[in-house]
Design a protein around this ligand. Structure first.
Ligand code: SF4
Length: 359
């Protein structure tokens, strides 16, 4: 049996140069191949027409190019587009394009399912099916950029789809390096936001990364008892420890950590919660993004009234904390936060945390 072919989608440009070298192909072709894949959105080697036919045949003999396949593209009246993508093993994930937020944003997944089991999230209910590879994470961006005509335009990426990025650390960071390459999409880390429940070993590794995205912590509660009920990893990584890591986190100039807080009616949305949140964030360069829950079947919580949301936001603002309330987008196509469900895959799934977190 012949050995499996190397997947071009999984290679950083330096790795591709090395792989071509090993096949006695000139290294500079790596830059051409990268340009075709990432700048022009090409998914077949045969379409890389500035490579000779002989070279294309040689590349096809040694390499494949895996690309997530669009199996659904639902459009909201507000311009949001929800894509269902099928992977090589027929698993399905979802990724969302959110226009004008104020720029263009792709919200992508890092795992099929999620092991974190947050109480307000449908993805958490399915458990972890598997990690995505770096090529599958970066592949979502090239597919969405091609489908939305954004290959030549600046956009933001939020790692807030299915999965916990720091639970799939190596693939997530490799995907960001692939996307960062000047030979490809050249996505600056300033345009990427990584959202995590606060896996402390992952945060400590992230603090040493040369290519550091913006950081968002999914906080969602102000006491350990309540947070453990809503975000079970809190049992292992309690609030005080996460906030201590945040205090020490090496932020670049003018950057702040975003704290996301899903507001659940009469659960974590009281004035006392707001005041406690203000105290917890003391000494951290932070901003708060409030996310009124988008109710979904199977989620035992309700959305608070606008009055409750406004009161919570005002208490934080009175303490000079920058606070924003996330607008819901794409609700008519179930693309809003907590409403994504892939049907017809190997397992029903949903993505939480989709939408408008901007650095
Ligand atoms: S909210 Fe995020 S971390 Fe929590 S279960 Fe859902 S996908 Fe996982």
């Amino acid at each position: 049996m012949s050995p499996p072919r190397t997947d071009l989608a999984e290679l950083e440009v330096g790795e591709l140069e090395g792989a071509l070298d090993a096949q006695e192909v000139e290294r500079f072709h790596a830059r051409q191949i990268y340009r075709w894949i990432y700048k022009r959105g090409v998914t077949e080697v045969d379409r890389m027409t500035d490579l000779s036919r002989t070279l294309r045949e040689a590349i096809k003999a040694e390499f494949v190019l895996s690309t997530p396949r669009v199996v659904a593209d639902d459009r909201s009246v507000d311009g949001t587009r929800k894509f269902a993508l099928e992977l090589a093993d027929l698993r399905r994930i979802e990724a969302v394009f959110i226009p004008d937020t104020p720029s263009m944003t792709f919200c992508i997944s890092t795992q099929v399912g999620c092991a974190m089991a947050c109480g307000f999230c449908l993805t958490g209910k399915m458990g972890l099916v598997r990690n995505l590879t770096a090529g599958e994470i970066a592949g979502q961006v090239r597919v969405l950029a091609a489908a939305t005509g954004m290959l030549d335009h600046p956009f933001h990426i939020v790692l807030m789809g299915m999965g916990e990025p720091l639970h799939n650390y190596d693939s997530t960071m490799k995907a960001l390096r692939i996307l960062h390459s000047e030979r490809g999409l050249a996505v600056s880390p300033r345009r990427v936001t990584l959202s995590t429940v606060g896996i402390i070993p992952g945060l400590e590794r992230l603090a040493r990364e040369p290519l550091m995205p913006n950081l968002a912590i999914s906080l969602h509660a102000t006491t350990d008892a309540q947070r453990t009920a809503l975000v079970p990893p809190n049992r292992k990584y309690p609030l005080a420890d996460i906030l201590e890591v945040c205090r020490r986190f090496p932020l670049k100039t003018r950057r702040r950590i975003t704290f996301e807080y899903v507001l659940l009616d009469e659960v974590n949305d009281t004035p006392e919660d707001a005041r406690r949140l203000g105290r917890l964030l003391n000494g951290i360069k932070s901003k708060v993004n409030l996310i009124p829950l988008n109710p979904a079947p199977g989620i035992p919580y309700d959305r608070p009234s606008d009055e409750r949301v406004d009161r919570f936001a005002q208490i934080l603002a009175d303490r000079h904390i920058t606070v924003s309330v996330r607008k819901s987008r794409g609700r008519d196509i179930r693309a809003a936060c907590g409403q994504l469900i892939v049907e017809g895959g190997t397992k029903a799934s949903a993505a939480q945390q989709m939408a408008l977190l901007m650095p």
